[in-house]
Write a protein that binds this ligand. Structure first.
Ligand code: GUN
Ligand code: ZN
Length: 653
């Protein structure tokens, strides 16, 4: 029921189907009191902001009047909300009072009976840092309840979806076990539980460990809900780490305390009362001055503050969605993490999991890579380049440096002479940038400020290791000058076609294999644009007066996008299963016509694929059916069974 439409980091912009209603994720569910008289903001105003709310089934269950109405008319009538209603189970009350008066299966049955869209098991939220025996015992009980809840759901064919909460306190091996066991139980949504006390105490770093441990061992195709996270300051980082759903009681709880939320922290109304305007443009902040609100009676003030708090909460969600679309979520996170040192610490903790995160991070983005501090050195775009540079089979290497005033791409702004030597430029962030591939994202699509000396030390080890690995191929300046002067002489000038050499290196870097062999190289024609002078197309000469396009260089990232002949060439040169998505027989005819490949029909693939790579769609006999862009990575291609997997460019008949 989850389909990924766009992504960045582990973050995803998704379409989520719940009981025939579709919502866009990431999103936030405002927490409503089930008793309309106790709601801070009138339901009509909530309706305008959201398609999904969350309330508490245990409060309904424990109040005879609410229970009666819910059982007679259903929860949607009780709340006065006809879109998606999610309910919690009383677990939170359990964490507050130690025990509650309802049977774990009875509350699941009750949620289904009153027509809830997504219900929750009665999990045990174990507090942080309790002793291990308690954490283990609680988890065993939560897992027992989970199994019987799923059995109940399947036996009775519930229309209601079910939340299966991940517990395990602050023991990462228990969180892992929880994720592994729950992951096999076919819950519809996986909330991450018992993080509220950690967030209240600014232990964001531990929350990061919990989120990433859970993500690593949960199925990739299910939505993740971060239970109890309602402060907009925490959304960007949590989405980057793969959380899709949030709930907010914070908007109302903070308002009760005269606290004013912003996307980077909280103000008390007394600290704002002397400003002439609020630092916000929502309808409330436009209409009232801080002083007016300060002098207002408690009830009205609380409602208006809650409305503002909810506005900024949704505003931040919208900003996050936009940044996922344009591929700048990392930049937004790096900005947000400057709001509080504990958040920066949490971001740094997340970067320790970069090998895992990198597998999900798109290989290309619409917006440039911005360096915003030392943390940026550890981003997936950088880590990936430093691995993929070894995909190129270098023959002769010359290492060089350029001064800061030369603009990227260097290959367009340096006069390097013709030769068959690969020139690699030392780079403070990306380590080494081969001139022959330097137009590919993110090697020239980046902005890096002048760095501190200590930051410039960072890649020393990488460069040393590179030199060590390639020591037989690296030439000194004398040998390099000898080569260039040799190729620069009149009679030898045409011996190397620099453009073909460049395409050869770009293809190796993008696909990991040598695509242009000696046979085809002499028939390759590289076309440059008359306007920009940049390489646009790679063609192959078929016969005297016929050429066919193999690849087009996409302008914003300079990736080599195959045409049909290019796809055939890749298929011939790249060994199975690399760069392959294998589809079931039943959809072969669709694939051959270039129709989208749905995840359900993927039966095998290259497990190392990253999102947005150009892939070959084949059948089990490795016959080429078509080619396109994969939305999913290798692991997701196998785990998703809903939505589009490969956006096709064309079919091959
Ligand atoms: N709300 C906040 N934390 C939790 C939790 O751990 N479990 C449930 N069910 N609800 C919560
Ligand atoms: Zn406002």
């Amino acid at each position: 029921m989850l389909e990924i439409k766009a992504r960045d980091g582990l973050g995803r912009l998704g379409k989520l189907r719940i009981n025939n209603k579709t919502i866009e994720t990431p999103t936030i569910m405002p927490v409503l009191h089930p008793n309309p008289e106790k709601q801070t903001i009138p339901i009509d105003k909530i309706k305008k902001l959201t398609d999904v709310i969350i309330t508490n089934s245990y409060i309904i269950y424990s109040n005879p009047r609410l229970k009666n109405t819910a059982e007679e008319k259903g929860i949607h009538k009780l709340i006065g909300f006809d879109k998606i209603i999610v309910t919690d189970s009383g677990s939170f009350q359990l964490s507050l009072y130690g025990s509650i008066d309802v049977d774990p299966l009875e509350i699941v049955q009750f949620q289904d009976r009153i027509g809830v869209d997504v219900g929750t098991i009665l999990d045990i939220p174990t507090a942080p840092y309790v002793d291990r025996e308690k954490a283990e015992r609680d988890l065993e009980e939560t897992l027992r309840r989970s199994k019987s809840a799923i059995e109940l759901k399947e036996k009775n064919n519930y229309k209601m979806l079910l939340n299966g909460t991940i517990q395990g306190s602050t023991y990462m091996d228990l969180r892992r076990k929880s994720a592994e066991v729950m992951g096999k139980l076919n819950f519809d949504i996986y909330p991450i539980g018992a993080v509220v006390p950690l967030m209240e105490n600014y232990h964001y770093k531990t929350v990061v460990d919990i989120i990433l441990t859970s993500k690593e061992y949960l199925p990739t195709n299910k939505p993740i809900h971060l239970f109890g996270c309602g402060h907009p300051m925490l959304f960007a980082l949590s989405v980057l780490l793969g959380c899709d759903l949030f709930d907010s009681a914070a908007y109302a709880l903070y308002a009760k305390d005269d606290r004013y939320l912003t996307e980077h922290g909280t103000y008390h109304l007394t600290d704002l009362k002397d400003l002439s305007n609020f630092p916000c443009n929502c309808p409330i902040c436009n209409e009232y001055s801080p002083r007016e609100l300060f002098n207002m009676d408690k009830r009205n003030r609380e409602q208006l503050l809650a409305e503002h708090n909810l506005y900024v909460t949704f505003e931040e969600i919208n900003r996050i969605k936009e940044s996922i679309k344009e591929g700048s979520l990392w930049e937004l996170v790096e900005l947000r993490c400057r709001s509080h040192p504990k958040l920066l610490e949490a971001y740094r903790q997340a970067l320790k999991y970069i090998e895992f995160i990198e597998k999900f991070d798109p290989i290309t983005k619409k917006s440039a890579f911005f360096y915003s501090g030392y943390e940026s050195m550890f981003r997936p775009e950088v880590i990936r380049h430093k691995k993929r540079i070894h995909r190129i089979k270098f023959d002769k290497i010359y290492l060089s440096t350029v001064s800061r005033d030369v603009n990227k791409p260097y290959s367009e702004n340096l006069n390097n002479l013709p030769s068959d030597v690969d020139i690699l430029i030392k780079d403070d962030v990306f380590g080494l940038i081969p001139l022959n591939i330097d137009t590919i994202y993110p090697l020239s699509q980046n902005e890096i400020p002048e760095l501190y000396d200590i930051e410039r030390e960072h890649n020393k080890k990488f460069v040393e290791e590179f030199i060590n690995k390639y020591k037989d191929k690296i030439m000194d300046i004398k040998t390099y000058n000898y080569y260039t002067s040799y190729y620069n002489s009149k009679e030898n000038k045409n011996k190397v076609n620099k453009d073909v050499l460049r395409i050869d290196r770009m293809l190796q870097y993008q696909y990991g294999f040598k695509i242009l062999d000696e046979g085809i190289i002499k028939n390759i024609v590289v076309k440059r644009s008359k306007n920009t002078g940049r390489i646009r197309n790679v063609l192959v000469i078929k016969d005297e007066n016929e050429k066919e396009v193999l690849f087009t260089l996409r302008s914003h990232d300079n990736l080599l996008i195959p045409a049909k002949e290019g796809a055939k060439l890749l298929h011939k040169k790249i060994p199975f299963p690399k760069y392959r998505v294998v589809v079931d027989k039943s959809v072969q005819e669709f694939a051959k016509k270039g129709k989208s490949v749905y995840a359900k029909f993927v039966i095998d693939c290259d497990e190392e694929l990253r999102p947005y790579e150009e892939v070959l769609v084949v059948n089990e006999e490795d016959e080429l059916m078509g080619y396109g862009t994969t939305i999913l990575n290798g692991r997701e291609l196998m785990e998703f069974n809903y939505g589009v997997a490969v956006d096709m460019r064309g079919g091959v008949d």
